[in-house]
Design a protein around this ligand. Sequence first.
Ligand SMILES: [Zn+2]
Length: 90
Amino acid sequence: MPNGNYCMECGYAESYCECEEEFEWNKGYYFEAMDRCHTIMVMISELINGHPGIKRADAQKNIDKALGEIMEAYQKVGAADYDENKEDWT
Ligand SMILES: [Zn+2]
């Protein structure tokens, strides 16, 4: 059953929940996830990384951590895609 941003049962975001409605995985979700991670990284970098309000509030390390975490997620998704779909990567 969906709860907040993601389903507590299947772990997918509410709109992709496998539990209550028909949802079918397709390998394009890996590319989509990487593209979204990249988009968010660009937004963070351009909009709040080094922003005066962030710096003055001593929040830059939080921004650095967020960027690092999303970069790690991007790399994990890419690795999973490669592991499962090597034939598409050539
Ligand atoms: Zn679910």
